[in-house]
Design a protein. Structure first.
Length: 324
């Protein structure tokens, strides 16, 4: 049986807006208002806002098979590959997509084990696509998966998902999987501490908020005074919105050139300043992962962005510190 577009919509997580048309359904992780705001701030931010980072379909079913079709694949980043990640009962079974995309559409079908199972389809972190159809066995049942938590993530390209080949393996999505959480991923490649990055009207009903900026601030801000100014304004605005929940502040992680000195100072001086600002707020909790991820370039795509293996260390470090 083929699910209706409204039924497909009902199975989606991490979305704030949806476009349902005759040819399919498209999901958005940011509101149109926020996207327009980001375009006016920096045009490239608006393009990256259309990426479907941390959006997923997640449901239980007793179907004998799962099939889906997609089209209208759009580039929203500098990367030239996209992949959906398909999981059955939490185990990844397939990557669906292509390098150097030319077709920009596709179909996939897989037979499922007997009995009830949980199907999770993570959308590409760095592209966007339209779902044309979802098909299951005639007469089967399906229902939206139950989640235990809701987290909101603010951050730069690393939070956005650069450079996990499998969408499910970004640190944000790994945390979603480990905690059974719905994620609203507001990460934008290239972003820095700035109150303009905050959606004042977002009603996420979040249990916690994660903030992971700083590496671009160190590399690109004109000086430390400006860095601190924007950092202070960001946390002042953020804490006025999320008043009674934990805000986990993830400090910049190791990068291959972190021994350099920039106009903002040393990498560790920037980490210290971010810590000083955040600690002014009672609900802010500092997470320092500098020694949790081995300082090994093989865990990075380019010395800056973790790859799938690097993100495994990143996510586990965050989870360990939250538990502690």
């Amino acid at each position: 049986m083929k699910l209706t577009l409204e039924e497909i919509k009902s199975l989606a997580f991490g979305i704030v807006e949806t476009s349902v048309e005759q040819d399919g359904v498209e999901f958005y992780r940011m509101s149109a208002n926020l996207s327009k705001h980001l375009v006016s701030y920096k045009p490239e931010y608006g393009i990256r806002a259309d990426a479907q980072a941390s959006i997923r379909l997640d449901f239980e079913t007793d179907s004998d098979f799962f099939a889906f079709a997609y089209d209208n694949v759009q580039t929203t980043s500098s990367r030239n590959w996209y992949y959906f990640s398909l999981l059955i009962n939490g185990e990844e079974v397939a990557l669906i997509g292509e390098d150097n995309p030319t077709e920009r559409c596709g179909k996939y079908q897989i037979n499922l084990p007997e009995g009830n199972k949980r199907i999770t389809l993570f959308f590409p972190n760095l592209f966007r696509a339209r779902i044309q159809s979802i098909e299951l066995s005639d007469g089967c049942y399906f229902k939206r998966a139950e989640t235990k938590h809701c987290f909101v993530f603010y951050g730069d390209s690393i939070t956005h998902g650069y450079d996990a080949r499998s969408a499910a393996n970004s640190y944000v999505n790994r945390i979603a999987r480990a905690t059974n959480a719905e994620i609203f991923n507001l990460g934008i490649g290239g972003a820095v501490f700035d109150p303009k990055m905050i959606d004042e009207v977002g009603d996420y009903n979040a249990d916690a908020v994660f903030v992971a900026y700083g590496t671009n601030d160190w590399a690109h801000r004109e000086n430390m005074c400006l860095l601190v100014k924007y950092c202070e304004e960001f946390f002042k605005k953020l804490t006025s919105i999320f008043k009674n929940i934990s805000i986990y502040v993830i400090l910049p992680i190791w990068r291959a050139n972190c021994q350099d000195e920039k106009p903002t100072g040393t990498f560790h001086e920037v980490k210290e300043k971010i810590t000083e600002v955040a600690k002014q707020y009672d609900n802010a909790k500092i997470i320092d992962l500098f020694d949790d991820i081995p300082h090994d370039v093989s865990l990075y795509s380019d010395g800056l962005h973790p790859n799938d293996d690097g993100f495994a260390y990143y996510a586990q470090g965050v989870l360990n510190k939250i538990k502690a």
